[in-house]
Design a protein around this ligand. Structure first.
Ligand code: 5GP
Length: 189
């Protein structure tokens, strides 16, 4: 396979997209996770080169100036996230399809670039209130950081109709089953 496909999961933080992506990775050996680069600190049991490439802001900006990112963003004030060109190529070279866990703007940017080769899925949480509860329940962010995530989430929820598919995550098991069907149909096309 010279060029594989891209499966993009976007949603406000706390909507459950990471859980769904992890589920799909277990189900489909032909999928491989796009490890983003970020300047934020690792949280809990996150691992470098598995969950993210945790790099300094200096290293990140150096990569920006060398056009190493397909897309990147200052997702939160002073915190950058980006998809490396080399990451997509690495996965395609393995003969696999790339699966992304990425914010809404980044997801739409990838969709615009890769068009029909990409499936952009928006994960919709039951409500903003539920989202807020989930984010607070993580206990990993300061009040200030949480507030920033809430504001961003509220804005991101309005982007749902720009995606190829809106996947409701009101019940995780149902959402995972629906995600499996979407992925299986798309990669067998
Ligand atoms: P978190 O800090 O919770 O891991 O991620 C914060 C947000 O950044 C999430 O919505 C996550 O999906 C998004 N994100 C992760 N990697 C990337 C990336 O490479 N590019 C963009 N634009 N967003 C990303």
């Amino acid at each position: 396979m010279i060029q594989g496909k891209l499966i993009i999961f976007s949603a406000p933080s706390g909507a459950g997209k990471t859980t769904i992506v992890k589920h799909l990775l277990k189900k489909f050996p032909l999928l491989s996770f796009s490890i983003s680069a970020t300047t934020r600190e690792s949280r809990g049991d996150e691992e470098h080169e598995k969950d993210y490439y945790f790099i300094s802001q200096e290293a990140f900006l150096h990569k920006v100036s060398h056009h190493e990112f397909v897309e990147f963003e200052e997702v939160y004030k002073g915190t950058f996230y980006g998809t490396l060109r080399s990451e997509i190529q690495r996965i395609w070279n393995e003969g696999k399809h790339v699966i992304f866990d990425i914010d809404v703007e980044g997801g739409l940017r990838l969709k615009r670039k890769y068009e029909e080769n990409a499936l952009a899925i928006f994960v919709q949480p039951p409500s903003l209130e539920v989202l807020k509860e989930r984010l607070s329940g993580r206990g990993t962010d300061s009040q200030e950081k949480l507030q920033e995530r809430f504001i961003k989430a509220e804005k991101e929820l309005k982007y749902a109709d720009k995606f190829d598919v809106v996947l409701k995550n009101f019940d995780l098991e149902t959402a995972c089953k629906e995600a499996e069907k979407l992925v299986s149909d798309f990669i067998s096309k």
